[in-house]
Design a protein around this ligand. Structure first.
Ligand code: GLA
Length: 406
């Protein structure tokens, strides 16, 4: 059973009636533009064919919000006013994402229409996910966006998609404690089958959805996009991500720009960067070089120049490893195993790093062989298996009445 089917079955079992709405939202794989969304840079993710699903119905128990995690069986039952105490608790692990999203959805609606619904979050929710947790594929954004999409549809709220992405990002900042950029939530909302999205994050962060444009994803007849999950679970709330972001903000201040990606290219910027302390200098060098790689990648994609795409991916990985220092042995080993295979164009870590997954661009006719090669190199080195899956560019969030309902 896929996530929507599991969420629905769990909802019906726990609450003894069908849900009113099923919402679902995808994870993402970022192709290029890593760790620059919070610096105002452009990024190029695809939404993937692994989704999180949330089923929602009106409250079965008036005055209470009940949330069931279909995959673990954990159930949360809290008073529907979502008090600050209830929002501050961190268990179960998904609580801040779900409750934080509901709180931000409410705040958003109040902001737009102060006379709108009051702070009554009473409803029943069951959710399930097919995006692996901690794999760098943005399971948290998929959860936030699926919950927000389903609850907004169930309460007949009409919220612009870009506002929905932004409110989910705020939930992550305020309740999960991760100062993330807008890439993951925007990719989950705006994904389009067969396409990658160029997201100009500075403008999208300000609510401008026209700053998202679509380019055809690498053609599946010619190439395969493989995701290699190292199984090293990354945890972003532990501070390493926030440290990187703070280093970029320091660099931006030193260069006199609002966000680091606004810094002009040229000898003056280069000289100013050279004068920065080591950690800040490396951060700035990664961010500005990665910014410049994004549009080169898009040009190569339009020209179907797969070897050029691969070379840009490898350069991105080297920069993330050596300058930004967000890789780890397992990710480096996957990228090294990938690059030594003749059927592979390139590979890089995707998402925040510190573990998680690498994305590999392989020739279609060599993909199976490349996959086996990477898996066997990984197993020989680490004594355990990694997971290799092929992903395809997929559609973003949607909500509908459950099929065959009523
Ligand atoms: C995480 C964050 C994103 C982005 C990536 C790195 O996925 O949620 O906002 O910063 O890391 O590119």
């Amino acid at each position: 059973m896929n996530a929507p089917a599991r969420a629905r079955a769990a909802f019906e079992r726990a609450f003894a009636r069908p849900p009113e709405v099923i919402g679902s939202a995808p994870g993402r794989v970022n192709l290029i533009g890593e760790h620059i969304d919070y610096c105002g840079g452009p990024v190029l993710p695809i939404a993937i064919d692994a989704r999180c699903a949330a089923c929602v119905g009106p409250p079965g128990e008036p005055g209470f919000l009940r949330v069931l995690a279909a995959d673990s069986g954990e159930m949360l039952r809290v008073p529907a006013d979502l008090s600050p105490e209830s929002l501050a608790l961190a268990a179960p692990a998904w609580r801040p994402y779900v409750l934080g999203t509901l709180a931000e959805l409410h705040a958003e609606v109040r902001g737009i229409a102060p006379e709108g619904p009051d702070a009554n979050h009473a409803c029943d929710i069951a959710f399930a996910g097919d995006v692996p947790l901690g794999a760098g594929l943005s399971s948290s954004a998929a959860l936030e966006v699926s919950v927000a999409t389903a609850c907004a549809a169930c309460r007949r709220l009409s919220i612009e998609p870009v506002r929905l992405a932004l409110l989910c990002q705020r939930a992550e900042h305020r309740y999960a404690g991760v100062p993330c950029g807008i890439m993951d939530q925007a990719a989950s909302v705006f994904g389009r089958a067969g396409h990658a999205m160029r997201i100009a994050c500075d403008r999208v962060q300000m609510g401008d959805a026209s700053a998202i444009s679509y380019v055809p994803a690498p053609d599946p007849a010619s190439c395969a996009l493989l995701v290699v999950n190292t199984g090293v679970r990354h945890a972003l709330a532990d501070g390493a991500y926030a440290d990187r972001r703070a280093a970029c903000e320091t660099a931006a201040r030193a260069l006199g720009v609002r966000v680091l990606c606004d810094a002009p290219s040229g000898p003056q910027t280069d000289a100013a960067i050279l004068a920065m302390p080591d950690t800040i200098r490396r951060a700035a060098r990664h961010v500005l070089s990665e910014r410049d790689r994004v549009d080169g990648f898009i040009r190569a994609l339009a020209a179907r120049d797969w070897p050029a795409l691969g070379a840009i991916m490898l350069a991105s990985h080297a920069s993330l490893r050596d300058d930004y220092r967000v890789s780890c042995d397992e990710l480096d080993a996957v990228v090294d195993a990938a690059r030594e295979h003749p059927g592979v164009y390139g590979a890089r870590l995707t998402g925040a790093g510190f573990g998680g997954s690498a994305v590999v661009l392989a020739r279609r006719d060599a993909a199976d062989n490349a996959r086996a090669h990477i898996a066997s190199r990984f197993a020989a080195r680490f004594g355990r298996a990694c997971t290799v899956t092929e992903v395809r560019a997929s559609d973003g969030a949607r909500a509908s009445a459950p099929p065959n309902a009523g």
